[in-house]
Design a protein. Structure first.
Lengths: 317, 359
């Protein structure tokens, strides 16, 4: 029961972080841009979704989708700082993340009754119904509610995955991938690679904001600190997903990244079983991430069944 | 898949194309290739993946399954901190005093290290273990526990300053640590010798409970004609000196502390040196602050707050529904003062207030 419960919690969180991983996949994997602003964009999505639900009375699903716009804006700022003002990619991300700390804190003023800021806001205190709280999900009874939540999350994740896959097949998507892999190609085609970088960052952060909104709905509360550590989590999910499934033929990169997020989230949840006191949780988290990075090559070779490939080596069939 | 040589660069086509390899003799010295054929190993991969997940699952089952058969009392503490530790001690004492034999239960103390998402995972963990009752110390842990339990398991919250955050949850009760500002102002006016005071209040924007405390303080101050509360928000704790000086320059008669961990943490190092120089007394919210150098306090004691939560938990273990137990607030604080500080600042100890000297 404990194990099953922990697994279900891990899966729920994993599917939420899968959207986060999809966003970071666009910025990190496709555009080759390590975007540190994720720590700021994640709670931004949460607070925008909560404000829309509270103040504008929008249904949760609509609020989640509209929080994409908030992330899109944040990503555009990062992109402009990097492309137009020639700030390096890490610094641009850090600048936006720091700025967003204030923006999200200020935005919480709209959540409280007395107009003061708050660091945590519980949905129930204002009788807000989150996406996963609705009566529709408990039609099969309380026991099955967890599974219904998983199903709902799965549908959302697959929908976004489909959108991203379709987008990457379009001309715009092709240009995006070209910008990340080979900027000279884009320039030789007469296009401005900077604009594609900005677009890519905007899209990536948009999905991160959606992930933040889903997270707030999942936990029925908005927490200002929810962004901390999300970069590590997202990067770990992307790397582990691509390491395991990158070479497998029938698994697309986007699916690989989703599965990576689920696996990493499950691991984190199982770690709580070992260290329930939580003191060493972050250390274990870091060690797990480091091990994934160190054995990246070995893991991918293991799962694709080939021995380690070297660049530039000749290979006879 | 990437096929690349020194003369030409092809971009990554995204994974579904299969490039047939050509014998290297055709290209000779013009370049080096690296490529691989996909496809044959999918079944092998799948078997490896399944094998590994099964092994992992099995080992974790064994690890996790070695639990006790005793019922669990789960206590989630948001972080390790003098007041919150006192809460924990109070909870245990409250449980014992109400007749609960702690040996019959598996009392689990979980520390969230000031991280709300860790709180959430720990709360889920306790729910999965089907704990008898979850006691959560501090608001973020309480919110996490409330969401995890969702009415299935009774939750007792401890030291949640604003109980209205926990209103619409089922199967919940707890104790609030909001200071009794009326008593605090009585102590302040008694020690200062007058009622129309200008009171400076510092609080951090990172503390979610501070705004509700300021409102309560202002509400209590309305009873005194001529009393004015000048509040100043410290956004960045490094600017606290500037904020203190700003309030001093606004000619406040004294400072009153809220239950704000961030500001109180800087009491000895930043606030008191400046206020002592300006001969302005600071009235603390808790006994520890008075010991450190505040003039006096109508102190809230976290052990009492903890005891109230422990007693509520004991009633729940005895069968009472959580919703029937009213939320406990500390109505009778204990007054403390520091005689050395009072002498240094020229304050006379009032006779109408009973207070204990902690100097």
């Amino acid at each position: 029961m404990l194990f099953l419960g922990t697994t279900i919690d891990g899966l729920q969180m994993g599917l939420c972080f899968a959207i986060l991983a999809l966003g970071v996949y666009i910025s990190f994997s496709i555009l080759d841009f390590p975007d540190l602003s994720v720590d700021g964009t994640f709670p931004l999505g949460g607070v925008v979704c909560t404000i829309l639900m509270l103040k504008a009375g929008l249904p949760p699903l609509l609020a989640i989708i509209l929080s994409f716009a908030a992330g899109f804006l944040a990503g555009t700022v990062t992109g402009i700082l990097h492309v137009k003002f020639k700030i390096s990619n890490l610094l641009a991300g850090i600048i936006v993340m720091t700025a967003l700390l204030s923006v999200t804190l200020a935005a919480t003023q709209l959540l409280t009754k007395n107009g003061m800021t708050t660091t945590i806001f519980s949905f129930r205190s204002e009788k807000l119904e989150s996406l996963f709280d609705s009566s529709f999900l408990s039609t099969f009874g309380k026991q099955a509610e967890d599974y219904m939540i998983l199903l709902a999350e799965l549908i959302i994740v697959l929908a976004f995955k489909l959108i991203i896959d379709l987008f990457l097949k379009t001309k715009l998507g092709y240009m995006l991938r070209a910008t990340g892999d080979n900027e000279k190609l884009v320039v030789s085609l007469g296009r401005d690679s900077g604009n594609y970088k900005i677009l890519g960052l905007a899209l990536a952060n948009g999905f991160v904001a959606i992930a933040g909104a889903v997270y707030a709905n999942l936990f029925n509360s908005y927490d200002n600190d929810s962004g901390s550590g999300k970069v590590v989590l997202a990067l770990a999910s992307v790397i582990i997903g691509l390491a395991i499934f990158g070479r497998v033929r029938f698994v697309k990169d986007t699916s690989a990244v989703i599965i990576g997020a689920v696996i990493y989230s499950l691991c984190l949840n199982y770690l709580v079983l070992i260290d329930s006191n939580g003191i060493y949780l972050k250390l274990l988290n870091a060690v797990l991430f480091a091990l994934i990075l160190i054995f990246n090559e070995k893991i991918s070779a293991f799962f694709s069944g080939h021995s380690k490939m070297r660049k530039g080596a000749h290979h006879n069939a | 898949m990437i096929v690349r040589n020194e003369r030409m660069n092809f971009i990554n086509m995204g994974g579904t194309a299969e490039i047939v390899f050509l014998s290297h003799t055709s290209f000779g010295k013009y370049g080096t290739f690296y490529f691989y054929k996909k496809g044959d190993h999918t079944m092998k991969n799948l078997k490896r993946i399944i094998a590994i997940t099964l092994m992992l699952a099995l080992s974790l089952c064994i690890l996790a399954g070695c639990g006790t058969s005793k019922k669990t009392i789960g206590i989630i503490q948001f972080g390790s901190h003098a007041s919150l530790n006192n809460c924990y001690d109070g909870i245990l004492q409250g449980l014992k005093d109400a007749g609960v034999n702690l040996d019959e239960y598996n009392v689990e103390r979980l520390d969230s290290n000031f991280d709300a998402s860790v709180s959430q995972t720990q709360a889920n963990n306790l729910v999965n273990k089907q704990a008898e009752v979850i006691i959560a110390i501090a608001t973020p842990s309480a919110v996490a526990a409330a969401n995890a339990a969702d009415g299935d398991i009774p939750v007792v919250y401890c030291a949640v300053t604003d109980p209205t955050t926990m209103e619409n949850y089922e199967n919940m009760t707890g104790s609030s640590d909001i200071p009794n500002f009326e008593k605090q102002l009585e102590v302040v006016t008694a020690f200062m010798g007058k009622k129309d005071l200008k009171i400076g209040v510092l609080y951090s924007s990172e503390e979610s409970s501070s705004p509700v405390q300021v409102s309560a303080l202002k509400e209590a101050a309305k009873k005194y004609t001529g009393m004015e509360i000048c509040d100043s928000i410290v956004a960045d704790i490094n600017t606290i000196d500037t904020k203190v000086n700003e309030l001093i320059s606004r000619k406040v008669d004294c400072f009153v502390n809220l239950l704000d961990n961030t500001v109180v943490g800087k009491l000895e190092t930043n606030i008191l040196p400046l206020t002592n120089d300006a001969k302005i007394p600071v009235f603390g919210s808790e006994i520890e602050q008075v010991k450190v150098g505040c003039a006096a306090s109508a102190s809230i004691e976290y052990i009492t707050v903890g005891k109230a939560a422990g007693e509520a938990a004991a009633k729940i273990l005895g069968g009472t529904a959580a919703d029937e137990i009213p939320v406990a607030t500390i109505t009778e604080p204990n007054n403390y003062y520091n005689s050395k500080v009072c002498t240094a600042l020229g304050l006379t100890v009032p006779t109408e207030i009973t207070a204990t000297d902690v100097a």
